[in-house]
Design a protein around this ligand. Structure first.
Ligand SMILES: [Zn+2]
Length: 397
């Protein structure tokens, strides 16, 4: 038994090296893994039989054959990633190279209750397994809102729905599908996506910030997610920015989230309108300011609306103050911003950067790049959950 585990571990080491280098010949593999040559040759044969390795087509006409070049056969195994949002379930299937080979979006209104949501997740997975054989899957990664106990696989709490409390997703899905299941917070899943394929590729230390209804963050230190004692690290939205600011849902005054929340934004717009100033937001919401969304605000700002521009600038300044604190505290290489305001990046980035330059220590901000995620989408979080399965398989963490 012990030997079998050792052997499996060595196979992963081998696959991991090939994955990193893309393709290698046998001699290079022996050198890189520092395993005995006989062991490496045996393992290569086994991995070929199992379908994990294939021989890379060599270009013809080369003088002196360098030996078979081995590469991973990406289609040999698959991983599934699912993310549950307020109104939809997003699902992706990726191969061993991380390429999405299937994606699906299912309407799911969380208000309809716990049973309905769980049965929809199960149904969407069953449908996927009718398209791709279940045996091909290394596991299911689940990206969920709110507080997660990743070790026990329980979704502890989310503000998305009243019923969202202590749901043992890992146990439910394992029982239903007999596959390994990993669950992770959605913001952290998106940060895994950024780390492996996005704006934070090859970065050791970075902070991923997502601005939606709430403001969440994922802190990656030395390539690993920093979780904190109760997996609560990263509550960036509840950093105090203005001690005299508005009351936050958490009970504190002047949290970042309270300052840049849509609710606070409506209040500001209403005050401005009441003082007799016109804004295009009135036309875009057909006179109902409660209907203001980030898109409407951005649209108005892009049309040069002064009220909208001012609000976005303010959001940037408040974010900049928070980011300055993060830079001073953690000295990250990169800060990635994402979420519903991603399309306003041209308007937001300048006030953020200006504030950071004013407030953070010069040595530190000069070494930090602040950028927006290329394109924010819930599929990124689902893909991050699927990548989590690959990461576990290749033992990258
Ligand atoms: Zn708060």
């Amino acid at each position: 038994m012990k030997n079998k585990i050792k052997k499996e571990e060595r196979k992963r080491i081998l696959l991991n090296v090939i994955k990193k280098k893309k393709y290698l010949n046998k001699t290079q593999l022996i050198n890189f893994t520092k395993l005995r040559s006989g062991t490496v040759l045996d393992l290569i044969e086994e991995l070929k039989k199992e379908g994990f390795l294939k021989i890379k087509n060599e270009k013809s006409g080369k003088v002196g054959r360098p030996g078979e070049l081995l590469e991973i056969n990406p289609k040999n195994k698959l991983a599934l990633g699912v993310t549950i949002t307020k109104n939809f379930i997003f699902l992706v299937v990726i191969d061993l190279s991380g390429k999405i080979i299937f994606k699906n979006k299912i309407e799911n209104i969380l208000k309809e209750g716990k049973e309905k949501t769980i049965s929809k997740v199960i149904l969407s997975l069953q449908k996927t397994f009718s398209l791709y054989p279940k045996e091909k899957f290394l596991g299911i990664g689940l990206s969920l809102p709110g507080l997660i106990d990743t070790k026990r696989g329980i979704a502890l709490f989310s503000t998305y729905a009243d019923w969202w409390k202590d749901i043992p997703f890992k146990r439910i899905l394992k029982k239903e599908f007999s596959l390994p299941v990993e669950i992770e917070n959605d913001t952290r899943c998106s940060s895994i996506f950024e780390q492996l394929e996005g704006e934070a590729k090859n970065k050791r230390n970075f902070i991923y910030i997502e601005i939606n209804e709430g403001v969440g963050s994922s802190i990656i230190l030395d390539k690993k997610i920093y979780r904190g004692t109760k997996e609560r690290a990263g509550e960036f939205g509840h950093m105090t920015i203005d001690p005299n600011g508005p009351l936050c849902k958490c009970g504190n005054y002047g949290c970042l989230e309270s300052l840049i929340s849509l609710e606070n934004i409506y209040q500001k717009i209403k005050k401005t309108v009441d003082s007799g100033i016109h804004t295009k937001i009135i036309d875009l919401t057909n006179g109902n300011l409660d209907k203001t969304t980030p898109e409407i605000l951005i649209k108005a700002a892009e049309k040069g609306d002064k009220v909208a521009l001012n609000i976005i600038e303010n959001i940037g300044i408040n974010l900049g103050i928070g980011i300055s604190n993060l830079i001073n505290l953690l000295n990250p290489q990169t800060i990635i911003l994402s979420g519903e305001f991603t399309s306003a990046k041209d308007l937001l980035l300048q006030p953020i950067v200006n504030t950071v330059k004013k407030r953070a220590l010069e040595d530190l901000w000069k070494k930090t790049e602040i950028k927006f995620s290329r394109k924010y989408h819930h599929y990124s979080s689902a893909k991050g959950a699927a990548l989590l399965i690959l990461q576990k398989f290749f033992q990258e963490q």
